[in-house]
Write a protein that binds this ligand. Structure first.
Ligand code: HEC
Ligand code: HEC
Ligand code: HEC
Ligand code: HEC
Ligand code: HEC
Length: 236
């Protein structure tokens, strides 16, 4: 009788058998991770918060001062990429406001030399995935859903996992995430303000739809979930 516990491989199993057995167990597990949940560690990096070359605060500029997201991310409703603002956008104010601040050293240097500020990318999808900001924003999906309360962030961090399962969970049923298009950059929007909602939709409080999500899905001609979960949509 062997005194080894029963669950170790028996003596007759050589190394090759052990490898085959281990692979037989692990390959399906890996495939599930790969296909269903995304195995790219970078996309799953929620809370990733690189130190930026300039201590620019969204909480102050977009929150307290109330500058609209589109003032800086000008292409977000028109193009696939939201794009970062050129240094000129900062200089619009900072030529006169805090012009000698040490915190703005990079901005002045960039403005003088034409060298862009080396901002570090926070949210980053793998190159084989197609993504398009305009398609989402114009369908009534707020920055809030994908980036969190940026207007309260002193330094931006990644708010959501951005893996395939996360994309698909909305693509299977986007209705609950929809809001009036003109409110997508208003991160404090709430459907509870009926007067504002009626105005946004060009309706009266009495004619507001019971199910806002389903109503907007129709009104904005959102494609059905079969089309939205087609592999070709995001991998082409
Ligand atoms: C709504 C967009 C979307 C659709 C539709 C979609 N994918 Fe993906 N897919 C992604 C994203 C995003 C990633 C990147 C995941 C990561 O990096 O974690 C990905 C990654 C993958 C990977 C690589 C896995 C990895 O983590 O390295 C494979 C394989 C894949 N998808 C296959 C498919 C197949 C097959 C379909 C159709 C059944 C499909 N995808 C439909 C968004 C999508
Ligand atoms: C005054 C200009 C300005 C305004 C207004 C502004 N941003 Fe930004 N945004 C920037 C700059 C500069 C960066 C790059 C540095 C950083 O990450 O903080 C950035 C970065 C970001 C990022 C991270 C990009 C990445 O690499 O993944 C997101 C997300 C973002 N902004 C969303 C928003 C949202 C949402 C709003 C509106 C609530 C907004 N921004 C308003 C200037 C601005
Ligand atoms: C609409 C005007 C406006 C724009 C555009 C603007 N800022 Fe500001 N910013 C301000 C104001 C106002 C302050 C507060 C100044 C103070 O406290 O003296 C400030 C403060 C700052 C500070 C802190 C300065 C310090 O000494 O503490 C930094 C850093 C900064 N802004 C970076 C940026 C960057 C980077 C951009 C471009 C992406 C930008 N700002 C665009 C108005 C603006
Ligand atoms: C449906 C989800 C989603 C919505 C809605 C969304 N974003 Fe993004 N955003 C992303 C993803 C995913 C990335 C990373 C893209 C990449 O790496 O290719 C990103 C990247 C960015 C970037 C970095 C530059 C770029 O284009 O890659 C900025 C800036 C940004 N978003 C701002 C915004 C603003 C402002 C809004 C609202 C007006 C918004 N986003 C709405 C998912 C979203
Ligand atoms: C909160 C909901 C939501 C999330 C999260 C989301 N999407 Fe979408 N996506 C939509 C809706 C709604 C549409 C349909 C827009 C339309 O055509 O009106 C769409 C359309 C698209 C399209 C088609 C764009 C075009 O040019 O027609 C692509 C590609 C896409 N999404 C990729 C992604 C990827 C990749 C992710 C994850 C990183 C993602 N989406 C996350 C709701 C979402």
């Amino acid at each position: 009788m062997s005194d080894r516990p029963f669950f170790v491989f028996p003596r007759w199993s050589d190394t090759a058998t052990k490898i085959i057995l281990a692979a037989a167990v692990l390959i399906p597990v890996y495939l599930v991770i790969l296909l269903g949940y995304g195995a790219n560690a970078r996309t799953l990096n929620v809370n990733y918060q690189p130190i930026q070359p300039v201590a620019y605060s969204h909480a102050f500029h977009a929150g307290k001062l109330g500058i609209n997201c589109q003032y800086c991310h000008t292409d977000v409703k028109r193009a696939a990429f939201a794009a970062l603002p050129p240094t000129q956008t900062c200089i619009n104010c900072h030529a006169a406001i805090a012009p000698h601040s040490a915190a703005l050293a990079w901005i002045r240097k960039s403005y003088k030399t034409g060298m862009p500020v080396p901002w570090k990318k926070v949210n980053d999808l793998p190159d084989y995935v197609y993504f398009n900001h305009a398609a989402h924003v114009n369908a009534g999906i707020s920055c809030l859903i994908c980036h969190g309360h940026v207007n309260e962030m002193t330094q931006v961090y990644q708010a959501k996992p951005l893996n395939m399962a996360w994309c698909l969970q909305c693509h299977r049923d986007p209705a609950p995430f929809l809001r009036p298009r003109n409110e997508v950059t208003n991160l404090n929007w709430t459907p509870a303000n009926k007067t504002r909602l009626a105005k946004d939709l060009g309706l009266t409080t009495a004619t507001l739809p019971k199910n806002l999500g389903k109503y907007l899905e129709k009104r904005y001609h959102i494609p059905n979930s079969k089309l939205l979960t087609d592999c070709e949509l995001c991998h082409h």
